[in-house]
Design a protein around this ligand. Structure first.
Ligand code: DGL
Length: 265
């Protein structure tokens, strides 16, 4: 094992940074490439075929080029659609991100769980299976809150978050039958933990949020246990399209230890 071989975290945008923060806590010495398909953002409004094609194609190119020791698809939309396909074609350990329905079912007291994800995620049979397996005796109310993806991207560019976007996401759950009893909300999109403070203010103190980031970091630590880590060069962020937003994101990326930005050639 080459000690400088990186972990590659992949998302459509900045959402996977919520996973990176947990990975840093478990594996502070691990070299990381944070890859964002900003050229394909948002994934949540795309078809299954489009998401699968982008994710398989890009991860194939990135893995050829950067030889990661492990790839983490730090995106619920991409994972719930394409995890199996990516595992079939790449000879690298792949860790995915799935909606944290199991821990939410363990925590809820009211028995009513809210789930916020992208439109593409909440319609996946994968989510039906998780609900049936782990929350069969609970109510799981789903809402497609794709607007939050843009709000999280804006926040990390240093722009204000539109309170109306947050209010619509909360109302999308609260206004459903039984929604008033929600005490646990699954943030089933990696962008959403970046807005936890804003969502918490509107949901109120009776609601707890659950996401998969810590579980993913623990899984990565387990799969790389005993491997040597040496940061031969600075960690960096890799984007698929050059545009003006990259310079605006640079301070937030630096905050996550990503000192440079590259664009995939
Ligand atoms: N961050 C991604 C997720 O976890 C999706 C954002 C998008 O729509 O591109 O689902």
């Amino acid at each position: 094992m080459d000690a400088s071989a990186p972990l590659l975290l992949f998302d459509s945008g900045v959402g996977g940074l919520s996973v990176l923060a947990e990975v840093r806590a478990f594996l502070p010495d691990a070299p990381v490439i944070y890859a964002a398909d900003n050229g394909g953002l948002p994934y949540g409004t795309k078809s299954e075929a489009e998401v699968a094609a982008r994710v398989c194609g890009l991860l194939g190119r990135m893995s050829e080029r950067y030889k990661p020791r492990l790839i983490c698809i730090a995106c619920n939309t991409a994972s719930t659609i394409a995890l199996g396909m990516v595992r079939d074609v790449l000879n690298v350990p792949i860790v995915g991100t799935v909606p944290a329905i199991k821990p939410a079912a363990e925590q809820t007291r009211s028995g009513v769980i809210g789930l916020l994800g992208t439109a593409a995620t909440i319609r996946q049979p994968y989510v039906d299976r998780l609900s049936a397996e782990f929350a069969a005796d609970k109510a799981v109310l789903r809402f497609a809150a794709g607007e939050l993806v843009g709000a999280a991207e804006a926040k990390l560019r240093g722009e204000p978050v539109d309170p109306a976007v947050i209010a619509r996401a909360v109302a999308g759950l609260r206004d459903q039958p039984g929604g008033a009893d929600i005490d646990t909300v699954v943030l089933a999109c990696t962008h959403f933990p970046l807005l936890e403070k804003e969502l918490g203010t509107v949901f109120g103190p009776g609601v707890r949020f659950v996401d998969g980031a810590k579980g993913i970091a623990r899984r990565i630590a387990h799969l790389t246990k005993g491997q040597p880590f040496e940061r031969a060069r600075e960690d960096f962020a890799l984007f698929t399209r050059q545009d003006d937003s990259l310079a605006k994101l640079a301070p937030a990326l630096a905050h996550y230890g990503l000192a440079r930005v590259e664009v995939l050639q």
